[in-house]
Design a protein around this ligand. Structure first.
Ligand code: SF4
Length: 306
């Protein structure tokens, strides 16, 4: 069993994304403060974030943000107008499918019926405390709360799950905790979340210092998720950070030396290159063939960086 494998990953991710990570945490923490203070000026941002969280399910974060921005530009916080449009009207005017817009309308109805001065703030605080209030769905709730600075929360999405598999964390967790996730099982996402919690908790002693605030990872597992998400997202807004993309940029990755997927890619490339050479004969040994393949591989890595 590899010692401190998780800690090594978190520290490498932090090294790679420190600047963007700090900015994200700072922004989200500031939002939480405004929510806790019942600041009316945060209501619109909460609504926009909530709509983006609804739209994100099954779509890229970039697309979800684009459509939620468009909805806010069209209607602002005029929730009654949104309700009157109905899901068909919203789909025609904003885009996105009826099912997602139906959820947006349900949220609007819930908020209107709260009849409170800052209903979105109050709703978010209750959602965080786990009270029985209107919810967006498990993934969207966690996504929203994490983004609003409630770092105890984190969602499971396909990109972070893919990272777990690529880097070797799924295999690591399967061996350590005797869990094998069946992707076809109805509770696969729940299982994955439990695995992620266990894995992140192993680096629980790490503290993140952002400005005056100190965050202990054990109490803020969502911070690990922010780091992982920055690393593997496909959103152009975070282009500088997203290296573990669909086509991963392994040469730019701080995890390159211990990532399983990278090792697998290298083995594949070496064997592909070696296959282009004739079978060893005479003074050509397997070792010299392998070393030749490695040289070609290194040269191509240098070229792709340039
Ligand atoms: S080495 Fe490559 S596959 Fe592994 S985490 Fe980094 S970018 Fe992803």
């Amino acid at each position: 069993m590899r010692e401190n494998f998780v800690k090594k990953i978190v520290i490498s991710l932090l090294k790679q994304h420190r600047e963007t990570f700090s900015k994200e945490v700072r922004n989200s923490a500031a939002m939480r403060k405004r929510i806790e203070n019942n600041d009316p000026s945060i209501e619109k941002e909460i609504f926009e974030n909530a709509v983006a969280s609804i739209y994100t399910a099954g779509f890229s974060s970039e697309k979800a943000e684009k459509y939620s921005k468009s909805l806010i530009q069209h209607f602002g916080l005029d929730l009654l107008k949104i309700i009157r449009r109905g899901e068909d009207g919203l789909s025609k005017e904003i885009g996105m499918g009826n099912r997602k817009n139906k959820k947006v309308i349900e949220l609007c109805k819930y908020i209107v019926n709260l009849r409170e001065s800052n209903p979105f703030c109050s709703w978010v605080r209750k959602l965080h405390r786990g009270e029985r209030v209107f919810n967006l769905g498990p993934k969207s709730d966690e996504d929203l709360l994490k983004g609003l600075g409630y770092f105890q929360h984190f969602p499971v999405d396909t990109l972070t799950a893919r990272f777990f598999e690529r880097v070797g964390l799924l295999k690591y967790a399967a061996a350590k905790y005797s869990v094998v996730i069946n992707p076809l099982a109805s509770d696969a996402v729940k299982q994955m979340r439990e695995v992620m919690m266990k894995v992140y908790s192993e680096a629980g002693q790490i503290t993140f210092q952002i400005d005056e605030s100190e965050y202990l990872m054990r109490d803020n597992l969502g911070l690990a998720d922010i780091l992982v998400w920055l690393h593997c997202n496909e959103n152009r807004k975070y282009q500088k950070d997203s290296v573990c993309r669909d086509k991963p940029l392994c040469q730019e990755c701080q995890l390159e030396s211990f990532c399983e997927y990278r090792a697998h890619l290298q083995r594949e490339t070496v064997s592909r290159i070696a296959n282009h050479y004739p079978k060893p004969s005479g003074d050509i040994t397997r070792e010299s063939l392998f070393s030749k393949a490695c040289c070609v591989l290194n040269e191509s890595a240098v070229l792709s960086r340039e």
